[in-house]
Design a protein. Sequence first.
Length: 176
Amino acid sequence: MLTITDLAQRYGISRQQLYVRLGATDVKPMKRGNRSFFAPEQVEELDRVDALLKEGFSLNDIGGQTSDVRQMTVDIQATPITNSPEVCGANGFELLADAIASAVNQVSAVPTHNPLRNHELLSKAADEQWTLSSKQVAECCGVSSSTTNGWKSSVVRCGHRLERSGTGLWRIYREA
């Protein structure tokens, strides 16, 4: 059983970032007094989320998909098991193969992710010379709005220089 502090250290993130991940994945800790503990199954799910985030997915892309897979049930029509050759023959194996294929297709729905999306959005903003709000910049960069609020007046992301141009506003330039 791990605590919030243990998990934050495990993933190399702050407690606040961990709380954001918990909110996005619907993982609820077990409370004991004023401490929160996570079961091994919950830690495995958070490990999967961490791996997806390191692959470039955002929390919006993941959005509870890991918990959906864990809770998903597959409807397979129950048929009585007999030793008759008709049921155990080729038809029985075909039915079993179809049921397995159907179950795999239901479970393996992976979010489509364009790894160049952030770069394309920032490039378009730079080309059009748009001034974007902090919320729009956060969406283009795949981070939360609170992250952009902590940035300095000039930051480089995805080969683009983002400069503050007023309160909550940003100009985007291509980095030379």
